[in-house]
Design a binder for this molecule. Structure first.
Ligand SMILES: [Zn+2]
Ligand SMILES: [Zn+2]
Length: 327
């Protein structure tokens, strides 16, 4: 069986491993069909995570089919599932309040425990969710990243006709732009990369601008920050209308914000991380089943696992939307 292995930062290999564990009690074995390469896979590859562990099998945006069940698993062979890549203990204060996304004992697949960029892997049934028959695998693989956006949107209420700016047109930014447009907002996408701006136009009726073209007149009811770079977060603050709000998804280490202006203008900022399982996943599946919501253009390429090097190089170039590995 083939699997990817990040030995240490900047060293990734595809290797053949002999055998794979059999699923115990409440575990199942998954045959992976698609895996999406995420910004966090690239951060792990570049050694940017303090909590990253090496060597590690990367990959957390995963869809596949159950091929073997532990005796207490209550699932059937042949069931197609999506993976929840963040563990939760179910016992800490956050979990008890339904906030599994900020579980104090959380571990992340593909970051500080083995992920699923492999032909097969074994996982607890606590971390899988069956997907409906009418949702093909190549679309279902977007559930995990899209759930990040859907979960964040729980904190802001986008109404028809509102103005929304999306800063950053990576996969998350494009998904946010698609959803905001779907909900009836007038969406402006901002990115330094013109290729990304061309891509985001395909998910809806979206105005696109380069950050340098932003004027003082550009103010928005809601600003969604999905670039996670100091300068972009700082610009995002300047784009919020008085009384408006910001949804912060991107992870910029440190920023300087105009605090007095922020308070005087009665603005709010909502930080958001991942999603709550299974609610946000179920909501995301409903969105993905809706033919009016066009997220297909977000996928730039589907690459066979054996061409992982090309897939990683493309993803690292920053010129592509979502790149999928096909197993
Ligand atoms: Zn991800
Ligand atoms: Zn917990």
């Amino acid at each position: 069986m083939l699997e990817l292995n990040v030995k240490k930062p900047f060293e990734i290999e595809l290797r053949e491993i002999e055998s794979i564990e059999t699923p115990k009690k409440n575990e199942v074995k998954i045959r992976v069909s698609y895996g999406g390469i995420c910004g966090s896979d690239l951060s792990l590859f570049k050694g940017k995570f303090a909590h990253g562990k090496y060597p590690v099998r990367p990959g957390h945006e995963l869809v596949g089919t159950i091929i073997e069940c532990g005796e207490q698993s209550n699932y059937e062979v042949g069931t197609r599932v999506v993976i929840l890549p963040n563990t939760y203990c179910g016992e800490c204060e956050m979990c008890r309040n339904g906030r599994t996304n900020i579980c104090r004992n959380k571990k992340s697949l593909g970051i500080n425990m083995d992920g699923g960029f492999s032909e097969e892997f074994v996982i607890s049934t606590k971390l899988i969710l069956p997907i409906p028959d009418d949702l093909p695998d190549e679309k279902a693989v977007l559930i995990e990243p899209f759930a990040v956006v859907v979960s964040g949107f729980n904190k802001i209420s986008i109404k028809k006709g509102q103005t929304v700016a999306v800063v950053g047109s990576g996969s998350i930014g494009m998904l946010a732009a698609a959803l905001a447009a779907h909900l009836g907002a007038n969406v402006t996408a901002i990115d330094i990369n013109s290729k990304k701006l061309e891509m985001v136009k395909r998910v809806g009726d979206i105005r696109t601008v380069h950050p340098q073209e932003i004027t003082d007149e550009d103010k928005f009811d809601i600003v969604i920050e999905a670039a996670g770079v100091k300068s972009s977060v700082e610009q995002a603050f300047q784009l919020i209308k008085p009384g408006g709000s910001m949804l912060a998804i991107g992870l910029a280490p440190e920023v300087t914000i105009p605090f007095t202006q922020f308070v005087r203008n009665d603005q709010s900022i909502h930080g958001t991380i991942t999603y709550n399982f299974p609610d946000d996943y179920l909501k995301t599946i409903d969105y993905l089943r809706n033919p009016d919501l066009n997220v297909a253009p977000i996928v730039s390429k589907v690459v066979p696992l054996t061409d992982y090097q090309e897939a990683y190089d493309n993803a690292l170039s920053g010129d592509f939307g979502k790149i999928l590995l096909k197993f």
